[in-house]
Write a protein that binds this ligand. Structure first.
Ligand code: UDP
Length: 235
């Protein structure tokens, strides 16, 4: 593929057209943003780390019977992906409390959920990606009823597979965000990425944060955290 026909440029990725109308190339950038784009920066080698981590995790999920968008890692920072019609909803899975749920509901950071908790957020920058309930999802027809059931089942299965994978590598999977879409045959497929940009990872022993919170909160060792997560995932 050539980097000529840019379809879309987001905060952390560029989507390129390919020769195949059913495939796109997702290039991961070193650019980092937080707090609705109010905080901006660069994290050296983030693009390479996130592309590789995503590719490894998507392959792992495929091995467990979960359909993903991934076709192949074609450059060190670029994934060839099946084109999907994305649902306008982000699915967050939480095993431990962190981030917005602490602010919203007063959980103490690190409190363990009785069971994995699923939340949905509307993908809408001008509204600030608000939390939505299933009632809102139905009323706004964001996802069909049966499809939502399938998405919930997939999100919990993905959590089970990833939690075990990371536990074996000394990492707590605190929470993460997923995005799903539909392929040309109407199958529900996992899209986007799974990386330190979209997950919270804590070292199981020291509880050191190994994810984008180091950038969000100016904790230092940002590049090192992404590199460390790549190392653990490649083990
Ligand atoms: N997340 C994400 N993209 C977003 C919002 C959240 O990837 O636009 C991820 C985030 O990295 C974390 C999880 O989803 O792993 C839960 O995020 P939370 O709702 O706590 O929001 P935040 O504190 O990141 O604003």
């Amino acid at each position: 593929m050539t980097r000529e026909n840019k379809l879309y440029e987001g905060k952390a990725k560029i989507v390129w057209a390919t020769e195949d109308p059913n495939e796109v190339a997702q290039q991961f950038k070193d650019d980092a943003t937080a707090f609705d784009g109010k905080k901006k920066g660069q994290i050296a080698r983030k693009g390479v780390c996130n592309a590789r981590i995503s590719a490894i995790l998507f392959r792992l999920l495929e091995e467990h019977g979960i359909a993903t968008q991934l076709v192949d890692l074609i450059f060190e920072d670029t994934l060839l992906c099946k084109k999907l019609q994305m649902y306008p909803v982000e699915v967050v899975v939480r095993n431990y409390a962190a981030g917005s749920i602490c602010k919203r509901l007063g959980f103490e950071e690190g409190a363990q959920m009785k069971q994995p908790l699923l939340e949905f957020f509307l993908k809408n920058d001008s509204l600030g990606d608000p939390l939505v309930t299933e009632v809102h999802i139905e009323e706004l027809a964001l996802v069909g009823g049966e499809e939502l059931g399938e998405i919930k089942r997939l999100a919990l299965k993905i959590n089970a597979v990833l939690s075990k994978f990371f536990a074996e590598r000394g990492v707590m999977l605190v929470d993460f965000k997923l995005e799903f879409g539909k392929d040309s045959e109407g199958n529900i497929v996992l899209g986007d990425e799974i990386s330190p940009d979209t997950c919270r990872f804590w070292d199981a022993n020291t509880k050191k944060k190994l994810d984008k919170d180091r950038f969000r909160r100016d904790l230092g060792d940002v590049e090192e955290a992404y590199a460390e997560m790549l190392k653990r995932v490649e083990k």
